[in-house]
Design a protein around this ligand. Structure first.
Ligand code: ZN
Length: 176
């Protein structure tokens, strides 16, 4: 149910073939670089946020069945019980830097940990592109729009206001 409006929003971009080209013609090189940089930085933030939430989900999945506190206990190797350093606890990167093995006992750490973190990061990045760049196509409350898109890809109502209040966070469009 969530995916169908999102797919429709993506397809809508292709139904207007001159849309992106027209927007890029209106932008200066500096504005174009600023928009692209903003998109990359914000999408990277969404990936980090998603991977962090995925890391916490790993903790929940491991601890809840074993009735271990989710808050008051540091992460530890399940084999040797050595507490995991902060640098080794960075989602995805920690597992990669350790080459999938505990720093202390060198026994393998399951690949599902970075997998869950990566999938969660990917889902958050997808949500960023679907919701923010598509103008909130999947949001349950969406005001009627006219076909006058801004540089950020969001559409605007006839009085020039953005269709999504979050627009100004993610872009430098002059209409936001
Ligand atoms: Zn260990």
């Amino acid at each position: 149910m969530i995916a169908i409006p999102g797919i429709d929003a993506i397809l809508e971009q292709f139904r207007q073939p001159d849309y992106r080209a027209r927007l890029q013609e209106e932008m200066t090189v500096a504005e174009s670089i600023q928009v692209r940089t903003t998109e990359v930085v914000v999408s990277a933030c969404f990936i980090v946020l998603g991977a962090t939430i995925g890391s916490y989900l790993n903790v929940v999945v491991y601890r809840v069945p074993r009735v271990i506190s989710l808050v008051h206990q540091r992460s530890a190797c399940p084999e040797c019980a050595t507490p995991i350093d902060g640098r080794d606890n960075i989602p995805i990167l920690g597992w990669l830097l350790l080459k999938g093995a505990c720093r202390n006992c060198r026994l393998p750490i399951a690949a599902r940990y970075p997998l869950v973190e990566g999938v969660a990061g990917g889902i958050f990045m997808l949500l960023y592109f679907l919701e923010l760049i598509s103008g909130g196509a999947n949001l349950p409350v969406r005001p009627p729009l006219t076909a006058t898109p801004g540089w950020c890809g969001l559409s605007f109502t006839s009085n020039g206001t953005s269709s999504a209040s979050i627009c100004s966070i993610a872009c430098c469009c002059s209409r936001c």
